[in-house]
Design a protein. Structure first.
Lengths: 766, 157
């Protein structure tokens, strides 16, 4: 085990001081001279034709500077940042139809927010309501109202592995279950916002908190027709993202359009209701799972049918259906698998990635059925998972190689730390359940890699320039640790300049589990190059050979001769005066050398990720048999992050995922014909400090040879298993098998009543 | 129709011209330029706008600026005069209780009031005090430990 000075140590977040003193700037905090305030007019109908829009009165309101509709801007195609070969099916502003309640129809810029809101009320839109469809099963039928001309199935992933028909014949037992998982929301505390400023020189400045500033820059450039090099995405801290703030939403680009028209900065801040109704939601998913197993619990054959409800537009539906397949394959070994995943239009808001991106949904289905299988076969749920999980060295069907895997260790540690054997099957309305999870560590998405720069300054301190964004996951801290380690300086002597597209040529982003894995490598390389240059510069002054020089604690000195040395500051000055030049190190890391493209999301073929983070989750619950309410008594999760650069930070990630996972198990978006009935924190309560038990985060390290210092992702594998573990615990407690998320007291009480009628608790036999 | 509103914020006196229906949060952020208090929901449901007024935690998105006249308003920016961090701020850093930081100002101020009235709270007492402050990032565990840690330090003295 390698020993480091600062890597692997618990360090305080370097962005902490600015955040605890109120000095951290988030997008809504940005104020620019001459700034206008924008608001968006949204469709009140789930499905309707736009007959006419009259903006005369709005334009005439004093203080209103611009009103845009499709008439002014034309049909401007828009879609998810990776199209996967599908045409854009959305427009910046709706042209002839609206397809969900919230669909953007007009944009207004005014001297203040109140005026902009008043202007919205003055815009008259004549709609002709069309029959809508809200159920994805129904939307797939031939007689369903067409949301888009081409049909309501907007993407499909089809994979055939082995020979499932034969596999089922060879199976000892066959099980079938259907699961329904509802929509959830990210719930980031910071509402979405954008400030966009178009300059007289044709440049565009953007402040819009993002998990990937280069993706955002690209989307602005592409949609507005401005060259990438003239678009700058500035650093803002991000008040939580969880997958909901990656590329640019329509309202952000509209702020850009408004700014271009007015040559003034435009700020649009969504209110909380808009965040609920008009930003991405987690995909509602239906899973129909037929599984054949051997008597010893080995999964043998599977027919996996998945329907993802992408909402009124395709969005990243094609990616969702692929990822659900890929996550599945990264965890269990299924020799014979038929997977059919459909992304389907309904007249709902557009769905998008939400921490885990499909994995929490499918894990609930797969592992709930696996628990049922285990029960029928008389096998312990922990054991049946150990039988079927992937092991290090295995090659996934798409070609990804598991060069590292701590999954087995996670399962074993979860079970022992939580006291599985002592608590399972003990009754008293208490139960314990277990599940697992995985997540990618980098994928080949524009800009396909990260580049970084490290500079040594006259004051002897070091600057890191990176395009990585600090969204709360500890990016700045872990990258600063890497620089501090390689240059042997203290953490406080590393200054991080991050999250700005002008500061670095590229960064892979913070939405692919790639910050440590990929950006970490670029930063390490940059730091090492800076270190080598310091040595080279000092060698001249000290009249020593480079090989004889050591660097430690901000000094370069001759080995064994501490006093014969220079401080960093002296070396930098000497380099300047002596013509050696600036002490500047550059680093670059490409995701997956030798692969230049993303897998084929229609067939699941092609390499996806060089490494996977893994996790197990054990949940302990107590069920109130009168009310059906569930109290979470305990949560334990080992997470294999390869190498924990900052164990304090990784712990924070695991605890955060556990709490968000509890949320996902119980949070419910309440719908009525495409309208969200509860678009507020009162109606859609997130877990509070009163709702969570003591959470045990356990760090497991199965270092990956491809990651920086062996590090992999640390932010998403755990959340995948939380709902399933809770559902498994509920079954252990009261013998009720939940097949729907969110878990509701009604379902539990119904299940208990059914048990009473049957005369026994638990799954029906067969 | 604007009128002059006199506010004492972090020990400084401000004279702001604002309509009477403007909230304390809006005036702090837009007129005075103190953006540490955040708008998370605008409905008093998330606690991100929490400031301290005359020693009590207030949801500034639900208070009118005029209601704060003649009172002492303390925002997160006023907690560390001269740059010396308050023990709560230090504890949040030590315990890794800050991730995205958006809920942090509101929670620190809420905790400050708790500790002033109850210097050594139990875990449950801290959890109860924070029930009106939402955090989506941390799961509250390190936040509660940080606050209890400060309590224990006070108790030890």
């Amino acid at each position: 085990m390698k020993h480091y000075r600062i890597l692997g140590k618990r360090v305080e977040p370097v962005d902490g001081p600015v955040k605890v003193t109120g000095g951290a700037r988030y997008t809504a905090d940005i104020v620019l001279p001459g700034m206008l305030y924008g608001k968006i007019l949204r469709s009140p109908f789930a499905h309707a034709r736009i007959l006419n829009i009259d903006t005369t009165r709005a334009k005439g309101l004093p203080g209103v500077r611009a009103v845009l509709t499709a008439k002014e801007i034309g049909r401007v195609p828009y879609g998810f940042m990776i199209p996967f070969g599908y045409p854009d099916d959305e427009c910046l502003l709706a042209v002839d139809k609206v397809r969900f309640i919230g669909d953007e129809v007009a944009a207004v810029a005014a001297v203040d927010e109140e005026t902009a809101l008043e202007a919205l009320d003055l815009i008259r839109v004549d709609y002709e309501e069309l029959p809508a469809v809200f159920d994805p099963d129904r939307a797939m039928r031939a007689d369903a109202p067409l949301i888009h001309e081409e049909g309501n199935i907007n993407a499909r992933t089809s994979v055939l592995l082995g020979d499932p028909d034969q596999g089922f014949k060879e199976s000892d037992e066959i099980f079938f279950d259907r699961f329904e998982i509802g929509a959830t929301i990210h719930g980031a505390m910071e509402p979405h916002a954008a400030v966009v400023s178009y300059g007289p020189d044709g440049s565009l400045d953007v402040w819009a908190g993002s998990m990937g500033v280069f993706s955002k820059r690209w989307e602005f450039a592409k949609t507005l027709g401005i060259p990438e090099s003239r678009v700058r995405v500035h650093k803002t801290y991000v008040g939580g993202a969880f997958g909901g703030k990656i590329h640019a939403y329509r309202f952000e680009i509209l702020a850009g359009l408004l700014s271009m028209r007015m040559s003034r900065p435009v700020k649009i801040v969504l209110d909380r209701e808009e965040v609920f109704t008009s930003t991405w939601q987690g995909f509602p998913i239906i899973v129909e799972l037929k599984t054949g197993v051997k008597r010893d619990g080995t999964l043998w054959a599977q027919d996996f049918r998945l329907i993802a409800d992408s909402g009124g537009y395709r969005g990243c539906g094609p990616l969702c259906t692929f990822l659900c397949y890929q996550w599945h394959c990264s965890v269990y070994r299924i020799p014979h698998l038929k997977y059919e995943g459909f992304s389907v239009y309904t007249n709902h808001p557009v769905r998008g990635p939400l921490r885990g991106f499909g994995h929490p949904q499918i894990r609930f289905a797969i592992d709930s059925q696996l628990d049922r299988i285990a029960g029928k076969l008389g096998i312990d749920p922990v054991e049946i998972r150990l039988t079927n999980v992937r092991r290090v060295g295995e090659v996934l069907p798409n070609g990804d190689v598991l060069l590292s895997s701590g999954l087995e260790e996670c399962i074993q540690k979860a079970a022992s730390a939580a006291g599985w054997k002592q608590k399972r099957g003990k009754g008293g309305n208490r139960g314990i359940g277990i599940s697992v999870g995985s997540c990618l560590s980098a994928a080949a998405v524009y800009p396909f890699g990260s580049a970084a720069e490290v500079r040594a300054n006259e004051d002897g301190k070091v600057t890191l320039l990176t395009g990585a964004a600090e969204i709360g996951t500890g990016t700045e801290t872990m990258l600063a640790q890497i620089v501090a380690e390689e240059l042997s300086v203290s953490l406080k002597d590393v200054h991080v300049l991050s999250g700005d597209t002008d500061r670095a040529p590229m960064d892979i982003g913070q939405f692919l589990g790639a910050t440590a894995y990929t950006t970490g490598k670029a930063v390490a390389q940059a730091a090492r190059e800076a270190r080598d240059k310091l040595r080279d510069a000092a060698a001249g002054v000290l009249e020593a050979n480079v090989q004889d020089l050591e660097i430690s604690d901000g000094r370069i000195f001759v080995k064994g001769s501490l006093q014969r040395g220079l401080t960093f500051s002296e070396a930098v000055f000497a380099a300047m005066a002596g013509g050696f030049g600036p002490i500047l190190g550059k680093g670059y890391s490409k995701v997956m050398e030798g692969t230049d493209c993303y897998p084929d999301v229609r067939t699941g073929k092609g390499r996806y990720s060089p490494a996977y983070g893994y996790s197990a989750v054990v949940a302990e619950v107590e069920v109130d048999t009168e009310s059906g309410e569930v109290k979470i008594l305990g949560l334990t999760s080992p997470h294999d992050c390869g190498f924990a650069i900052n164990p304090l930070g990784v712990e924070g990630q695991v605890e955060g995922q556990l709490s968000m996972g509890v949320g996902q198990a119980f949070e419910e978006v309440q719908w009525e014909k495409g309208k969200i009935l509860n678009p507020s924190f009162l109606g859609y309560p997130l877990p509070t400090s009163l709702d969570l038990p003591e959470m045990k985060a356990i760090l497991v390290e199965a270092p990956d040879p491809g990651g920086a210092y062996g590090a992999k992702e640390a932010g998403e594998a755990t959340i995948a298993g939380v709902s399933a573990a809770i559902a498994g615990a509920i079954y252990d407690a009261v013998g009720v098998r939940i097949r729907k998320l969110p878990i509701t007291p009604e379902e539990i009480l119904k299940g208990m009543e059914a048990n009473r009628r049957k005369g026994f608790k638990g799954d029906k036999t067969g | 129709m604007k009128r002059l509103v006199m506010l004492n914020v972090n020990g400084d006196l401000y004279e702001v011209a604002a309509p009477v229906h403007k909230t304390l949060l809006e005036v702090l952020r837009e007129d005075i330029g103190l953006t540490g208090a955040k708008e998370g929901c605008g409905l008093g449901e998330c606690g991100a706008c929490t400031v301290i007024v005359d020693g009590r935690p207030i949801l500034s998105c639900l208070s009118l600026a005029v209601e704060a006249e003649g009172k002492q308003v303390l925002t997160i920016e006023g907690l560390a005069p001269g740059g010396r961090l308050d023990p709560l701020q230090k504890a949040f850093l030590e315990h890794g209780a800050v991730q995205c930081g958006f809920c942090t100002p509101g929670i620190i101020l809420r905790a400050k009031v708790l500790l002033e009235g109850n210097p050594a709270p139990t875990r449950d007492e801290v959890a109860f005090a924070l029930a009106g402050n939402l955090c989506r990032c941390t799961g509250y565990q390190k936040i509660i430990k940080a606050i209890q840690g400060v309590g224990q330090t006070i108790a030890a003295r």
